[in-house]
Design a protein around this ligand. Structure first.
Ligand SMILES: Nc1nc2c(c(=O)[nH]1)N[C@H]1C(S)=C(S)[C@@H](COP(=O)(O)O)O[C@H]1N2
Ligand SMILES: [Mo]
Length: 406
């Protein structure tokens, strides 16, 4: 038979995944033809995101929430930020998905099918805070390169999966193990198959925590494609870059994992504070571990107007990496004095906590409401910018909203 110039099956698979259903006569499409559904794609529709989400980059896709969109106690998919370092994996086939455990410090190399993982190991569900290490980067001066996240690169969804430590125990870990590193199915921007967009990891202590999951569900359903379907590492409280999406291999290392974005200056901050703009040697940069204390006012939206005789009810969330938030305050006078908010306990460790307050304003005019969380070790958020660092990580400054009282 004469070979005709039709679309390859692999390409068809990818298109079908993005469109969400099979292209029935797909094999009859001329090569290079882009189905109408994929021409000029609307990212919000394509990824089931709310129209108020903000696209920071489309190659790769990076999309953030606005503060008021994060009002839900459990973040729904439509308001969950997307941070991709590479291209979305092609031809995801959950039925043939496998996870391999290997590395110098694994007692053996072992491959599990996804269904084996689901049937062999006990399931756990936790609500886990995932914040991008670069959240807040847009405020640094001198500016740092990278996605200019404002406040919306944080989420706290419910994740269901198995404990990484149960899988590691089944495989067997040598006594010299110090780190795990993940490998995933996404594609480097250069499309070079020998390059990984990102391959990060965590020390054994974090890998072995009860809440560190190999998750296959988010908010009770299959994980959305963009968030790591069908299998994702979830390590709450640490920079979300540790939570590898589309994970197909985890290496147990006898040294700090040296995968893509683990070395050099990536996800590192100066080990000791530096002046803004100062050059920092690679060896003086330390890997970010637990994220710092932070909070977000999710109601009302900044710019709200109220009448003088009304009280303003505010609410939001607070989190502190591995720690709990022990105090939440607000100020209406640019930080001169602070009043206490009521603060709930987290539903489980590594989940954000909810706060609220009812505010009375002394007279009409312009105000800002600033919110400040303090962690259980007494460390509070800085009112404005924290220590400058070359890559613009860890901006945990107080969140501020504008209010007009008339
Ligand atoms: N395989 C893979 N995992 C990844 C990434 C990625 O680009 N590829 N990005 C990481 C980073 S930097 C962040 S902040 C989170 C973002 O998770 P989300 O897109 O589900 O919100 O995923 C992490 N896991
Ligand atoms: Mo990130």
């Amino acid at each position: 038979m004469k070979r005709r110039n039709f679309v390859k099956n692999t390409v068809l698979g990818t298109m079908a995944t993005v469109i969400g259903t099979e292209i029935v006569f797909g094999t009859s499409m001329p090569k290079g033809y882009i189905p109408l559904a994929l021409q000029d794609p609307d990212p919000f529709k394509m990824f089931n995101k709310d129209k108020e989400m903000v696209v920071l980059n489309d190659k790769p896709w990076n999309i953030e929430a606005q503060a008021h969109l994060l009002d839900d106690k459990v973040t729904p998919n439509k308001y969950m930020f997307i941070r991709n370092n590479g291209l979305i994996p092609e031809n995801i086939d959950a039925n043939n998905w496998t996870l391999t455990i290997d590395g110098e410090s694994a007692k053996q190399q072992k491959t599990f099918t996804l269904s084996e993982l689901k049937s062999k190991f006990k399931h756990y569900t936790y609500q886990l805070t995932l914040e991008c290490g670069g959240n807040g980067r847009s405020e640094f001066d001198p500016p740092a390169k990278g996605n200019q996240w404002t406040v919306g690169a944080v989420s706290c969804a419910t994740w269901t999966g198995i404990r990484l430590r149960d899988v590691l125990a089944e495989v067997g870990i040598k006594s010299d193990a110090v780190y795990i590193g993940y490998h995933a199915a996404d594609v480097h921007l250069s499309r070079n198959p020998d390059k990984e967009p990102i391959s990060r990891g965590a020390p054994m202590a974090k890998a072995m925590q009860e809440e560190t999951l190999l998750a296959f569900k988010m908010n009770g359903k299959d994980i959305p494609m963009l968030h790591g379907y069908p299998l994702r590492l979830v390590a709450g409280g640490w920079p979300a870059s540790v939570s590898g999406k589309w994970v197909n291999r985890i290496s147990v290392r006898n040294k700090v994992h040296d995968g893509a974005k683990m070395t050099g200056t990536a996800y590192r901050v100066p080990c000791t504070p530096v002046a803004p703009g100062e050059k920092v040697k690679d060896e003086d940069m330390c890997i970010i571990e637990s994220m710092p204390v932070k909070s977000l006012i999710t109601f009302p939206k900044t710019g709200a107007m109220i009448k003088r005789d009304r009280k303003l009810n505010i609410r939001g969330h607070a989190w502190a990496g591995e720690l709990e938030v022990s105090k939440m305050e607000y100020s209406i006078n640019f930080g001169s004095t602070w009043a206490t908010c009521s603060l709930e306990k987290p539903v489980n460790r590594l989940a954000w906590q909810h706060f609220s307050a009812s505010i009375e304003f002394p007279k009409k005019g312009y105000y800002e409401v600033w919110a400040r969380a303090t962690d259980q070790q007494g460390v509070a958020q800085p009112m404005l910018l924290p220590g400058w660092n070359p890559k613009g990580y860890l901006n945990n400054a107080c969140h501020r909203i504008a209010i007009k009282v008339s």
